[in-house]
Design a protein around this ligand. Structure first.
Ligand SMILES: [Zn+2]
Length: 86
């Protein structure tokens, strides 16, 4: 039986053969889910699934208003509504 911390379903199991010919299982963390638009729930492009702390600031989210929260179409709609005062 593997260690309790490795029984998590958030881990991906990968079978490997070592240089010595032994069959072992390597455990890796699954990438997080795709970021979704808060308005229409579509997948946001340009937002990485991996650990953002290892990336530079410009690689984390699109650098526009509501970048990483709304898709470009919903952002345009929200901005127009704000300007028109609806
Ligand atoms: Zn949207």
């Amino acid at each position: 039986m593997v260690a309790p911390r490795l029984r998590s379903r958030s881990l991906v199991k990968k079978r490997k053969t070592t240089p010595g010919g032994r069959r072992v299982v390597h455990y890796r963390k699954k990438p997080s889910a795709y970021a979704r638009c808060a308005g229409c729930r579509r997948t946001l492009l340009g937002v990485p699934r991996k650990d953002v702390k290892k990336l530079t600031r410009s690689q984390r989210t699109p650098s526009r208003p509501y970048g990483g929260n709304l898709c470009s179409r919903c952002m345009r709609r929200v901005l127009k509504e704000k300007i028109r005062g609806q």
